[in-house]
Design a binder for this molecule. Structure first.
Ligand code: 2BA
Length: 110
């Protein structure tokens, strides 16, 4: 078994979960934030048989398209040191998904 960890934009989550469930995948949604921009994003945990990893990645690719360069102002962290604060807007690529595929040592549902 494998665990797909997909960090996606909040705007894509509803469609992505619908597409995953419609294609027979199970997923858990976590509310997360990026370390760089400190803005909200969503992390999905998707446990799959090894043979279905590619199909799962295809579903994610079909929904989370369109990386674009955008000027974004990273938020200052309330608790972080001010010298780590990047004041002005920075150009980053926004959209798409960041995906990790991990081996699962043990899985059971009780
Ligand atoms: P953030 O860390 O908020 O990063 C948002 C976007 O800012 C990144 O998009 C990238 O375009 C840019 N960026 C990040 N760190 C940067 C840096 N040190 N200098 C310049 N630009 C930087 P993505 O690469 O698509 O990442 C989107 C989100 O996925 C990230 O949000 C983070 O939550 C997660 N992520 C990306 N790579 C990761 C990794 N290796 N490990 C864990 N989480 C990761």
């Amino acid at each position: 078994m494998k665990l797909i960890v997909a960090i996606v934009q909040d705007k894509d989550v509803v469609r992505l979960l619908e597409a995953l469930v419609a294609n027979g995948f199970r997923a858990t949604k976590l509310a997360t934030s990026g370390g760089f921009l400190k803005q909200g994003n969503t992390t999905l945990l998707i446990g799959v048989d090894e043979a279905k990893v590619d199909a799962g990645l295809d579903v994610i690719r079909s929904v989370c398209q369109g990386q674009q360069e955008k000027l974004v102002s990273p938020l200052a962290s309330v608790s972080g040191p001010m010298d780590s604060y990047i004041g002005g807007p920075v150009e980053v690529s926004v959209g798409g998904a960041t995906i990790f595929v991990l081996d699962v040592e043990h899985y059971e549902s009780i």
